[in-house]
Design a protein around this ligand. Structure first.
Ligand code: ADP
Ligand code: ZN
Length: 724
């Protein structure tokens, strides 16, 4: 018998020893082991000669893999993650695996369910379908060939799929996973736009050193042709028969990007999105690992995709907040991409019109190559940006009269208008007009949001909901009024004011469900709607070629936020929203309504652009001694008794004390209470990242074992992105 060391998916920092008959399990193989009463999937990390608990060692229950599911490069990435984020290695390794493999399933994908047409040329088809629009649409798609069930489910409900089957027109079939070699291009593609000067410089810089690590910040205004730079750089990588991994914030928002990649090279692009089944995800993972996919595109966790012949990593919209995981292993996929590209010795391209300050700083200090695209590609021009002073102006659902007129002008000219408001629902508060009492969620101490369409008030922090009261529970008067504006209200107002135009709301309430977002985006591009009302979703990468006016209702809150990153995020939001306008040959304009029209941040941004704003913001960060000029690690704790969280963090504070460490707290989190738990935090700041890391490493085990740690739910966030 031999002793293997196994990492288990539990919040413990050590490895566990088990007896094993095999002497040649490689690191990265999975085994089933007994752990207390449970059976767990463990990852073998090595062998050892002796174990302290030799007499009590259990045997491995079952060996799952004979070849590793995590290659040595990914294992080393996981080791880095565990050290950098001070996270238990077993949990890190599980995060890196597709769900099917975490469950102990075989690493060979099972057959995949498809839908296909029974008889393509049936004459009575159209009669059988009658006027069922969705069914006709699906039938049309299927006539091109079978489509996987989960892909169909992204656009159609089960009712539609079943209807086609019940009418005998379509049937389910299952296909064995097919593994086919990639048809790598051997020469340059002819049919592509000619790169402009800045693009050409970017492409040649990136492709000049494909055989080594290098990080390139592609800093290009919206519509400047960043994607075109990706495409032409990728081309060179493909000719070398190497793979490309592309990260995007959200795939649902960029279906046209995927199509563009596929069409340019005539190659299948592996897509990792949240609607895949575990088996389909495993399929993409396995194909990429075997080198049977040239390109993979996915959201945050796709950074863990194994590659047989890695050639390049691209992180699109690198500033996007979704790259940071906010629970469990709180990693930042962009930062991990840097580590991974270094480990694989391949180039990394970070693209954005609004690079985050950390990235920009790395570019300015020459750690990254800074590639700029300062002009829009082709004939399109940038939208003109303006601030509208709304102090002391009558507002109708948050809109100034002059703005309503302007909207009308654009609509009459046949264009689309996009309106951004940062709250979904009807209104962000409900109060009594007589006594001022505000309806609050008891568990979070925050006002309820009114949702008229649901006839409910809902807490956006815990999801708790109640019926809308028609009477004040404090004074009994029946005059409850809403305060503030949400998307729902704005939509209602615009519907009333412009009944001849179609409005569409795009927020997480209205585009819930699998197919909605895709359908809505298509309808917008077909100009079925003229007034587009939405939240943050609108700012994320989607092209709206017919929008000529973008209105931001009110973003003043961010100017006074307690979060030092709020101005940066506001500037990114404004710039990205404004970038949605005037994409095609139509000149666009953006109007930001504000009670602080003279605010230096807004003025700088509007007149000098994001790049100028960002450099100034960096200067401010330097003077205020904030990241990226110093490093943060944040302990968070929450408990039903605030004192428990406070006591725990106080003890942590006294433990980690160090002359070169500045400690702030324990103080309440910005969001002091959530779901009935009080939330506190302890911020550690240090000018030396390595030292900060060492101090935490030295104490984390003690902290974990502290009796007080059991009274609070706690976590550690290295490089925290917010203080909520
Ligand atoms: P970004 O990714 O920066 O938003 P895209 O690459 O999507 O920009 O380019 C915006 C538009 O400009 C697209 O329609 C694209 O086809 C077009 N485009 C990009 N580069 C060129 C070029 N060199 N010549 C002509 N059109 C271009
Ligand atoms: Zn709540």
């Amino acid at each position: 018998m031999h002793i293997i060391q196994v990492a288990l998916p539990i919040p413990k920092r050590q490895l566990f020893d088990y007896l094993c008959q095999s002497a040649d399990l490689m690191p990265g193989c999975r085994v089933w082991v007994g752990f207390g009463p449970r059976k767990l999937v463990g990852i073998v990390l090595g062998y050892t000669d002796h174990s302290e608990h030799f007499d009590k060692l259990k045997s491995v229950s079952e060996i799952i893999d004979t070849t590793p599911v995590l290659d040595s490069s990914l294992l080393s990435i996981c080791g880095w993650l565990a050290k950098y984020y001070h996270h238990p290695i077993g949990e890190v390794l599980h995060t890196a695996l597709p769900v099917a493999l975490r469950k102990g399933e075989s690493d060979q994908p099972k057959p995949i369910d498809y839908i296909q047409l029974v008889d393509k040329n049936s004459a009575d088809t159209l009669t059988a379908l009658g006027r069922a629009k969705k069914q006709i649409e699906l039938y049309g798609m299927l006539s091109e060939g079978p489509i996987s069930l989960s892909a169909i489910r992204q656009h159609f409900s089960d009712a539609v799929i079943n209807a086609l089957q019940n009418k005998g027109l379509a049937e389910k079939c299952s296909k064995e996973p097919q593994f086919l070699p990639v048809k790598w291009p051997t020469q340059a593609i002819f049919d592509k736009p000619k790169a402009n000067v800045e693009q050409a410089l970017a492409i040649s810089t990136i492709t000049g050193k494909l055989d080594q690590y290098g990080c390139y910040l592609l800093d290009g205004v919206t519509g400047s042709g960043k994607t075109e730079v990706y495409l032409q750089s990728i081309e060179e990588v493909l000719i070398q028969k190497k793979q490309i991994l592309i990260l995007v914030p959200e795939i649902g928002l960029t279906p046209q990007t995927v199509t563009r990649f596929e069409q340019r090279f005539g190659l299948e692009v592996g897509i990792l999105h949240s609607n895949l089944t575990d088996n389909e995800r495993l399929m993409v993972w396995q194909k990429c690992r075997r080198g049977e996919l040239a390109m993979v595109i996915g959201t945050r966790s796709a950074i863990f995709t194994p590659m047989k012949s890695p050639g390049m990593i691209i992180v699109d919209e690198e500033h996007d907040a979704s790259y940071k995981q906010q629970d469990g292993l709180r990693y930042h996929a962009r930062d991990l991409a840097v580590v991974r590209a270094k480990e694989l010795n391949i180039p990394l391209v970070l693209g954005s019109a609004t690079p985050c300050l950390e990235t920009l700083n790395n570019a300015i200090s020459l750690k990254y190559h800074h590639l700029s695209l300062s002009q829009r590609a082709g004939a399109a021009t940038m939208a003109k940006q303006n601030v509208l002073d709304i102090t002391n102006q009558p507002l109708q659902s948050g809109l100034a009269q002059g703005m309503i007129k302007r909207i009308e002008q654009h609509l009459k000219a046949g264009s689309q208008v996009m309106l951004f408001v940062n709250r979904r629902g009807y209104a962000p508060a409900l109060l009594c007009h007589y006594c001022g009492h505000i309806e609050q969620c008891q568990r979070c101490d925050k006002p309820y949001t009114v949702h008229k369409s649901l006839n409910k008030m809902q807490c956006h922090h815990c999801g708790g909901a109640r019926p809308i009261p028609n009477q004040c529970k404090v004074c009994g008067h029946q005059e409850m009024v809403t305060q503030g504006v949400g998307t729902e209200q704005l939509e209602a107002t615009l519907n009333e004011r412009f009944p001849q135009y179609s409005t569409i709301r795009i927020d997480s309430d209205s585009v819930r469900g699998k197919s909605k977002l895709h359908t809505v985006l298509e309808e917008i591009n077909q100009c079925k709607h003229q007034l587009l009302i939405g939240t943050q979703i609108l700012s994320k990468g989607h092209h709206f070629p017919h929008v000529t006016l973008v209105v931001i209702l009110d973003a003043d809150g961010a100017l006074f936020s307690a979060d030092y990153r709020a101005p940066e995020h506001l500037a990114q939001l404004i710039t990205q929203l404004s970038g949605r306008a005037g994409r095609a040959e139509k000149q666009g304009e953006m109007w930001l309504q504000s009670h602080q029209p003279g605010h230096p941040l807004l003025q700088d941004l509007i007149h000098n652009g994001y790049g100028h704003f960002a450099r100034y913001a960096l200067l401010e960060r330097k003077q205020a001694q904030l990241p990226p000029y110093l490093f943060h690690a944040l302990f968070r704790a929450e408990a039903t008794r605030a004192q428990d969280a406070f006591d725990f963090l106080s003890e942590v504070a006294s433990l980690v004390r160090h002359s070169q460490l500045k400690i702030i707290g324990p103080i309440p989190a910005i969001m002091e209470k959530r779901q009935g738990r009080f939330r506190m935090q302890l911020l550690m700041q240090c000018f030396n990242r390595t030292l900060l890391n060492q101090i935490i490493a030295q104490h984390i085990q003690t902290i974990e074992n502290m009796p007080l740690a059991r009274k609070a739910r706690w976590s550690l966030d290295v490089d925290p992105q917010d203080f909520m």
